[in-house]
Design a protein around this ligand. Structure first.
Ligand code: 4AD
Ligand code: MG
Length: 461
């Protein structure tokens, strides 16, 4: 069988959209997939068949008198062959009048999925099955489309994809939240002959030399953080997209982030229209409205110092925050980020120029001596979607900051040296890919955007 020739249910819907489905009317087609629903009325049986290609099912109608088909129910795999009939008056726009229905894989009595709605908590305990439910079927299709359009955007804009390593001897964010790697727990240093090897928290440091050579590059791969926090937005293993580009300053970084995100979200909305319509109906009734605004409205740009003033003003006007100590040098909590995006700006905001003490060592030091050219993109419902900065490209300034932070200079000498030879201004950011999936699907727990979530005290198999 030539897989490229095989019709999928998605192909039928694509033809319907173009008003060309009538050319298949009366033709014999075959499909394989699993059964979402089965029922019979007298001599006629109906199957809802899903082949995974899109959200919609194919209605299959056949003669129910065949005994061997009586076991067909939710979860069974079948192959069907029959004639396509357009049914513009009915609930579904077409159906397959099957001449052959073959039960390929039966379902055991303990099959955990049922017709009735099941909680996301329960489905998290069966990640090997949950993609067969409407919701997760749609989530992972959207996830795949988002990844595709991320690559498409960068490819079209001249960025090269660099595969930075997963095993590393550097800690990019300098927070020590790393997973150690060893081949022998008793002699951890032996295998690589290094003091400390761990799973990467970010590909940024490794990708910077490529940006200084190719101009525009990005990494896109798994990253790992041993944060002992149990939230709906943190995973121990998540994917990060990290563009890095030369001759770019902080505001160029914001421009790239905005253009890139708007492209990826709008393309995915077109491609996964059925899926996103379902999320809007069943998961979050404001989703479509929010996504439309995300694409159409410019993101606000707000100085950290101005954000402090706005929060102070909200407090004076009577809004109660759990943490009400707004001083320069403090990081915002999620309640503050929420207030800024959802109440004051009613949309995504770039918060820029943070105090240097709450940001990473590599960020460009501003002339005020107190702030760095950092940016966080904050989004309603999600919180921090991206974090980035212009990089410090002055050797002496970077060295003195690293000394201030008591970093192991020797281990980062290779990185420092980039500032000695042909140094240029450059900037980049990291997008938490799962948080983007949350944004586009309306799913509220990061565990429901990862095929097999790995979180604090939470990993199944
Ligand atoms: O803000 P972060 O820590 O930035 C960096 O790692 C930079 N090196 C990126 C760069 O400039 N190239 O992480 C970037 C993004 C965050 O904004 C957040 O969306 C996501 O990664 N993120 C997480 N997502 C899920 N689970 C976690 N534990 C995450 N930690 C960060
Ligand atoms: Mg951050």
């Amino acid at each position: 069988m030539d897989l490229t020739e095989q019709q999928t249910i998605r192909d039928l819907y694509a033809l319907l959209e173009k008003e060309e489905l009538s050319k298949l009317q009366g033709q014999t087609l075959s499909f394989g997939g699993f059964v979402r629903n089965a029922r019979s009325m007298g001599q006629v049986a109906f199957l809802s068949l899903n082949d995974g290609s899109c959200f919609e099912n194919l209605q299959v109608v056949y003669d129910a008198s065949k005994d061997e088909l009586s076991g067909i129910r939710l979860g069974c795999s079948v192959q069907v062959e029959g004639v396509l009939v357009l049914t513009p008056e009915a609930k579904q726009p077409f159906e397959l009048k099957a001449s052959r229905v073959e039960l390929i894989g039966k379902v055991a009595d303990d099959f955990p999925l049922q017709k009735k709605r099941t909680s996301f908590e329960f489905l998290r305990t069966i990640p090997q099955w949950r993609m067969k439910t409407n919701t997760f079927n749609a989530v992972f299709r959207v996830r795949s489309a988002l990844a595709y359009y991320i690559h498409e955007y960068f490819f079209q804009h001249g960025f090269y994809w660099i595969h930075t390593p997963i095993l590393t001897a550097n800690d990019c964010e300098g927070e020590g939240q790393t997973f150690q790697v060893t081949a022998d727990a008793k002699k951890p240093a032996e295998f690589f002959n290094k003091d400390n090897v761990h799973l990467t928290v970010s590909g940024q440091l490794h990708v910077e030399p490529f940006a200084l050579t190719y101009g525009k590059v990005y990494t896109f791969g798994p990253t790992f953080r041993a944060e002992k926090s149990n939230t709906v937005r943190h995973a121990a293993e998540f994917w990060m997209v990290e563009p890095e580009f030369s001759f770019a300053h902080l505001l160029d970084d914001c421009d790239l982030m905005e253009d890139f995100l708007k492209y990826v979200v709008s393309k995915t909305m077109e491609r996964c229209e059925q899926d996103i319509r379902f999320f809007n109906e069943r998961i979050d009734s404001h989703l479509l409205e929010r996504l439309k605004e995300f694409i159409e409205k410019p993101f606000a740009r707000v100085e950290y110092r101005d954000a402090l003033k706005l929060l102070e003003k909200a407090k004076e006007e009577g809004h109660r925050f759990e943490v009400e100590d707004f001083r320069f040098g403090l990081d915002f909590g999620s309640e503050h980020e929420k207030y800024l995006t959802e109440v004051i700006f009613k949309g995504p905001i770039f918060l820029i120029n943070y105090p240097k003490d709450i940001k990473a060592f590599y960020m460009k030091q501003n002339d005020d001596g107190e702030t760095v050219a950092a940016v966080d993109l904050l989004v309603p419902q999600i919180g921090e979607l991206c974090g980035g900065s212009e990089r410090e490209c002055d050797y002496d300034k970077l060295l003195s900051r690293m000394e201030e932070l008591h970093m192991n200079i020797e281990a980062y000498q290779w990185y420092l040296d980039l500032r000695k030879n042909g140094s240029i201004p450059h900037s980049g950011f990291g997008l938490g890919f799962e948080r983007l999936v949350m944004l586009v699907t309306g799913m509220q727990n990061i565990r429901d955007t990862l095929p097999y979530p790995r979180c604090y005290k939470d990993m199944l198999f």
